[in-house]
Design a protein around this ligand. Structure first.
Ligand SMILES: C[S@@+](CC[C@H](N)C(=O)[O-])C[C@H]1O[C@@H](n2cnc3c(N)ncnc32)[C@H](O)[C@@H]1O
Length: 250
């Protein structure tokens, strides 16, 4: 069963509050602005509600956000309209069949979503740059382990991977098409409320087939033994992939 996002995903409770004692290892927005210029075209794959694209709009000539979920596309269009950004467009589409011509974009980003490297390669200009933030396999590990295994393995997203093989697989896949690939990983801590964690479980694929009836008792039992139930610390793990310099002649 594939997981479908709805716009409830964009809730401050679900995102939690980053612990100021453990700053994020990079600022994704800064990374994307660093390579911006007023004549460049950016594509964001799996844009969700597009809230991360709003601050980027002044730095690019044009930004297109694409998402497979119609609910997300509708929510993103409302947000773009509210912010009056004529250079930011939202399109319904799938990362594996991007509705764009070859060599269209200078920059392609994908923030915690799905991507297809040959499709990125096809629509990216030869001198273009890719920036991807992906969930690491140690993300919220202790929490995910609580929900055990099913017939496919650990139910927690990416728990079945070993860290080195996970990072290496990204490096190998991108290196097939790009000459310059860099992979960085990092950790920080986010503080969640019980409601925020419940939203995370309900509205994201963090736990495969999360079931309100059978999984809530597990969650509540774990919650009961925590000292501070309003600021629950979970370790976040992300991977930053940057790729460029592809030799293509189309
Ligand atoms: C975790 S959300 C991230 C949204 C946004 N990038 C952010 O960082 O807030 C993942 C998004 O990717 C979208 N998505 C999942 N599979 C996709 C696909 N094959 N093609 C395009 N979008 C996809 C989902 O609908 C969802 O909006």
């Amino acid at each position: 069963m594939t997981f479908s996002y709805v716009s409830n995903y964009d809730s401050t409770k679900l995102r939690g509050m980053d612990d100021p004692l453990t700053p994020r290892p990079w600022n994704l927005s800064d990374e994307i602005i660093k390579i911006a210029s007023a004549d460049k075209k950016l594509l964001d794959i799996g844009c969700g509600t597009a809230f991360k694209l709003i601050p980027l709009a002044p730095y690019y000539a044009e930004i297109i956000g694409v998402d497979i979920s119609q609910d997300m596309v509708n929510a993103a269009k409302i947000l773009v309209k509210k912010n009056k950004l004529p250079n930011l467009k939202i399109i319904h589409g799938d990362s594996s069949h991007l509705p764009f011509a070859n060599n269209t974009f200078d920059v392609i980003t994908c923030m915690v979503s799905c991507w297809d490297i040959p499709e990125i390669f096809r629509v990216l200009k030869p001198e273009g740059v890719v920036i991807i933030e992906h969930i690491g396999c140690e993300d919220k590990k202790e929490f995910k382990l609580l929900f055990g295994k099913d017939e496919q393995g650990w139910r927690g997203q990416f728990l079945d991977y070993q860290k080195d093989e996970f990072l290496d697989s990204f490096y190998k896949k991108f290196s097939l098409l790009f000459n310059s690939v860099s992979i960085t990983e990092g950790y920080w801590r986010t503080l969640y409320s019980p409601d925020g964690l419940l939203e995370l479980l309900k509205f994201t694929p963090t736990i495969r087939n999360f079931n309100l009836n059978s999984d809530i008792p597990i969650f509540q039992k774990w919650l009961a033994q925590l000292e501070n139930k309003e600021k629950i610390p979970l370790i976040q793990n992300r991977i930053l992939i940057k790729a460029k310099n592809h030799e293509k002649i189309i």
